[in-house]
Design a protein around this ligand. Structure first.
Ligand SMILES: NC(=O)c1ccc[n+]([C@@H]2O[C@H](COP(=O)([O-])OP(=O)(O)OC[C@H]3O[C@@H](n4cnc5c(N)ncnc54)[C@H](O)[C@@H]3O)[C@@H](O)[C@H]2O)c1
Ligand SMILES: [Zn+2]
Ligand SMILES: [Zn+2]
Length: 384
């Protein structure tokens, strides 16, 4: 079939919305009609080159990263299933987990589906079933961001990437839980393990960070301090449960000292647009003895230098931990978070500032760079 999708032909260019040829699903794969896709900063990393593998690395691994269809935060309806797919049928509604979860590898089978072995193929972008492409344009095979490629009207992806949800949940809202919501909420609830009465700082309040704010509030934090240079984000953070806000890490240091009477923050969660090594020491400096910094924001591949005071790390038993997909299990947590939404305890509607047609995706990303969106979302118009 033919459909429209946003393709990135090489880093440091724009998304090109064009006709893409899509093959039917093969064994273990599913054809999905997308309803919506969130504009997450991780696709922007692909565009800026932060996540672009060096040419030599691609050759070594035997993969070709570009051209690639972007998008990894989406939901839609199953139209067709390939041979051998069980548990999914045409008409089912699914959210894509941006990490496949096979259910059988050592990490999946011990309750860490966010670390599924199939995650190794996320940037290779081919089908994890047989490492070939179902998407083609201009006579070339296309890769898929996170092996799903939600910046298209339709996609074919492995059943391992599909989480079935109840059919009465609006799919445009459900899409958000495929990345930003679960990543942010889980960064607070699982990775930071926020406890009632704690002081939590969230640094960077976009589509991911805003959900770390709501996760920390839901877990019972006493103070939730939202740090973002953009005033609009600071204001919006209050809707999601922030008790205080500040414009920078430096400003937040003084505020945290004030509200905790000098004992500092129990948990600091880093969710700014682009992670850098120089943010670690300021984050550790505002962390209490025995406290934890969670590194959720993605840094450019090449960042290896980090500033931190190792003496303080030891003496105060501070922890620095990474987190992918909020350390959540997609097959449990996606339906769980959507249940919280249905019962009015998790905010999803308030996260989407603007919606776009796929043709306007570059404008959507400009709004992200301008700081005017919490989350922008592409909505597919299948009537055209
Ligand atoms: N670990 C994971 O599993 C995972 C999943 C999704 C996204 N991410 C990453 O999380 C990060 C955030 O993604 P997003 O979609 O929310 O991005 P976003 O652009 O929507 O939000 C980033 C926010 O950070 C703010 N910011 C920028 N620099 C800052 C600074 N120095 N201090 C404080 N705030 C600052 C911006 O104003 C913006 O509000 C990105 O790096 C993204 O790639 C990680
Ligand atoms: Zn994402
Ligand atoms: Zn697995």
């Amino acid at each position: 079939m033919k459909m429209k999708a946003a393709v990135l032909w090489e880093p440091k260019t724009e998304w090109s919305v064009e006709e893409v040829e899509l093959d039917p699903p093969k064994a273990g794969e599913v054809l999905v009609k997308l309803v919506g896709s969130g504009l997450c900063h991780s696709d922007e990393h692909l565009l800026t080159g932060d996540l672009a593998l060096a040419e030599e690395t691609q050759q070594e691994l035997g993969i070709q990263q570009f051209p690639v269809i972007g998008g990894h935060e989406g939901a839609g309806e199953v139209l067709e299933v390939g041979p051998g797919v069980t548990g999914l049928a045409p008409g089912d509604h699914v959210v894509f987990g941006f990490i496949p979860s096979c259910g059988q590898c050592p990490k999946c089978s011990t309750g860490h589906q966010n670390l599924c072995d199939l995650g190794a193929y996320l940037l290779a972008g081919r089908q994890v079933t047989d490492f070939t492409s179902r998407h083609h344009a201009r006579g070339q095979d296309l890769g898929l961001m996170c092996c799903i490629g939600t910046f298209g009207e339709h996609t074919v992806a492995a059943a391992a990437s599909c989480i079935k949800i109840d059919n009465d949940i609006p799919l445009d809202k459900a899409a958000l839980v495929g990345c930003g919501v679960t990543t942010g909420w889980g960064s607070a609830v699982y990775a930071a393990d926020v406890q009632p009465g704690e002081t939590v700082v969230v640094v960077g309040c976009g589509g991911v960070g805003m959900n770390a704010v709501q996760g920390a509030a839901m877990a019972g934090a006493r103070h939730v301090i939202a740090v973002d240079p953009v005033e609009f984000k600071q204001e919006q953070a209050q809707i999601f449960g922030a008790t205080h806000s500040s414009a920078s890490l430096e400003e937040a240091l003084a505020l945290v000292g004030d509200v905790t009477w000098g004992t500092m923050a129990d948990k600091v969660i880093l969710t700014m647009g682009v992670a850098q090594g120089e943010y670690i020491q300021p984050a550790l400096a505002m962390t209490a003895k025995g406290g934890r910094v969670v590194q959720t924001a993605v840094a450019p591949f090449t960042v290896e230098s980090v500033s931190m005071n190792l003496f303080e790390l030891t003496m105060y038993e501070k922890q620095l931990v990474g987190s992918i997909f909020g350390s959540a299990n997609p097959r449990r947590d996606i339906p769980r978070l959507l249940r919280l939404y249905q019962e009015g305890q998790l905010k999803l509607d308030e996260l989407v500032t603007r919606t776009y047609a796929i043709e306007d995706i570059n404008e959507g990303y400009q709004h992200m760079r301008d700081g005017t969106n919490i989350r922008g979302m592409v909505i597919y118009d299948h009537a055209n």
